[in-house]
Design a protein around this ligand. Structure first.
Ligand SMILES: [Fe+2]
Length: 231
């Protein structure tokens, strides 16, 4: 997992299109209304950080893990996900989500090429995504995260030399968010690739946006990473 602190300004402009939409007051109202129905909303104070703790990670049934986060306080606004899940959004708002997905992906396509948009997440304050692997969808990841002041974090278990799917707590890496956009890039392996299998989680004290893209070809991914770093 590598962190790119500087992102090509043209890419930032495209990312901002999505972020600025998410932070529009009327959009926030709809998103927060939906999040408030989420059962994980019940957590308060420090309890919302439980799902990014090592205790939580150890308590999971690693063999039965399906790749998806067991808990999440936030919303995935990826259009395909919104279509699949039974949200309380009305048709007009679902259309808005489709439009902003299309605009954002079209703009980023210039830089990212053929790619799968894996996630477009909005997290409110005290939002989180619990430990998981995405091992159901192995590939090269490009993860853009926006945080207003950087009061949030990402955690993963470095899998180098791992010979089992059970995560080693001593190998946890904690990466603080930074103000504005930053980008994380890395390969997340399948269940059989124990030394490339990345258990990860994230938490935020403030509203946070994450856009993730999945690429299957290493060479294409390397070119994209170069493009992102071009200032
Ligand atoms: Fe993930």
């Amino acid at each position: 997992m590598r962190v790119l602190e500087k992102i090509n300004p043209e890419i930032v402009e495209s990312l901002n299109l999505f972020k600025d939409w998410v932070f529009r007051p009327e959009i926030q109202e709809s998103l927060r209304g939906e999040i408030s129905k989420n059962k994980y909303e019940l957590y308060d104070g420090g309890q919302s950080e439980a799902s990014t703790s090592l205790e939580y990670l150890s308590s999971l049934d690693h063999k039965r893990h399906d790749g998806y986060p067991p808990e999440l306080r936030g919303l995935d606004l990826n259009y395909d996900t919104v279509k699949k899940l039974d949200h309380g959004f009305d048709d007009a708002f679902v259309n808005e989500i489709r439009d902003i997905n299309f605009k954002t992906d079209s703009l980023l396509q210039i830089y990212l090429g053929a790619k799968i948009s894996a996630l477009k997440a909005f997290y409110p304050e005290q939002g989180y995504i619990a430990w998981h692997t995405n091992w159901n969808a192995p590939g090269y990841n490009i993860i853009f995260t926006y945080s207003p002041t950087g009061s949030g974090y990402w955690r993963h278990i470095d899998p180098t030399n791992a010979t089992s799917i059970t995560p080693t707590p001593e190998n946890m890496v904690h990466i603080s968010d930074t103000p504005g956009w930053h980008c994380k890039v890395g390969y997340f392996g399948s269940q059989t690739e124990t030394n490339k299998l990345v258990w990860h989680s994230a938490y935020t004290n403030e509203p946070r946006v994450t856009l993730a893209y999945l690429i299957y070809e290493e060479n294409i991914w390397k070119d994209i990473v170069k493009e992102i770093e071009e200032a």
